[in-house]
Design a protein around this ligand. Sequence first.
Ligand code: HMG
Ligand code: MG
Length: 300
Amino acid sequence: GLPARVRIHEVGARDGLQNEKATVPTEVKAEFVHRLADAGLTTIEATSFVHPKWVPQLADAEALFPRVAELRSAGSPVALPVLVPNERGLDRALALGARRVAVFASATESFAKANLNRTVDEALAMFDPVVGRAKAEGVHVRGYLSMCFGDPWEGPVPIPQVTKVCRALLDMGCDELSLGDTIGVATPGHVGALLTALDAPVEKLGVHFHDTYGQALANTLAALRHGVTTVDASAGGLGGCPYAKSATGNLATEDLVWMLRGLGIDTGVDLGRLVATSAWMAAHLGRPSPSRTVRALSHQ
Ligand code: HMG
Ligand code: MG
């Protein structure tokens, strides 16, 4: 069977914008997040508290976060998770009142090195005090796991290598995991095999598909059939990862909402408002949205 409801974890403002060549003004990012909330998204990943030299596009996190947190002070129940790679990132996020953070591990050594300048185990050791301190403060922690299917340097990633790091993140105390197909090479059979092999409560699992090979929706459907109800997506299909060359944008939120609506699965998202937001952002970025649904429903 399929779930009655899916929670979309919107990553356009973070995973999307971190990979843009042009730096988007803080003002525009803030309006983007406000418009996403207006469109009915309830979990909007706002930015990352990483080293500004590693991800210059998100170097304005201190200026941006208070602007998006206005949503919550105005009474919106929207959750605004932010990425934190280490204690320095956690300090920055907590100082601004963040209540949800995400650490980001890798199933492969190559990507751990490229993305975090650490081995897989060193990265886990770096996250351990982050998760411990966040939990002690009542802050919700998501654990991302990148390269769950394939890696640009190492090729296909063996399932036991993935389940091992998942286990470490759960044992550390992560409230949820997001299984990342960072470079978009997964196919539905592989998704099913990984979910079957994982020894984790399905309520704690989310999926994070990039759409490089056009498989993101098919992979999502495979995950829903396994009981997953948290799906990451980026408005307009923005995105990629600056430290993984072959990564393109995430599954577009509009494409996801179109499919779920057709399946009678509730998301609470107003598709018209969302498409208008992505068309507006595409105009700012100076190129059309890669989302098929945005193109079909707008006049860009
Ligand atoms: P490092 O160079 O090893 O850092 O980078 P370090 O720990 O040696 O520290 C060096 C200096 O950086 C120090 O300053 C620190 O204070 C400073 P100094 O003492 O030399 O003046 N520093 C910081 N400054 C601000 N904020 C911080 C911070 N940390 C240290 N948080 C580090 C290690 C983890 C910091 C670096 O590699 C980094 O920032 N990486 C982030 C990469 C990133 O954001 N990648 C994209 C997100 S992951 C992704 O997109 C995948 C995902 O979407 C899922 C999927 O698709 O698979 C999530
Ligand atoms: Mg990603």
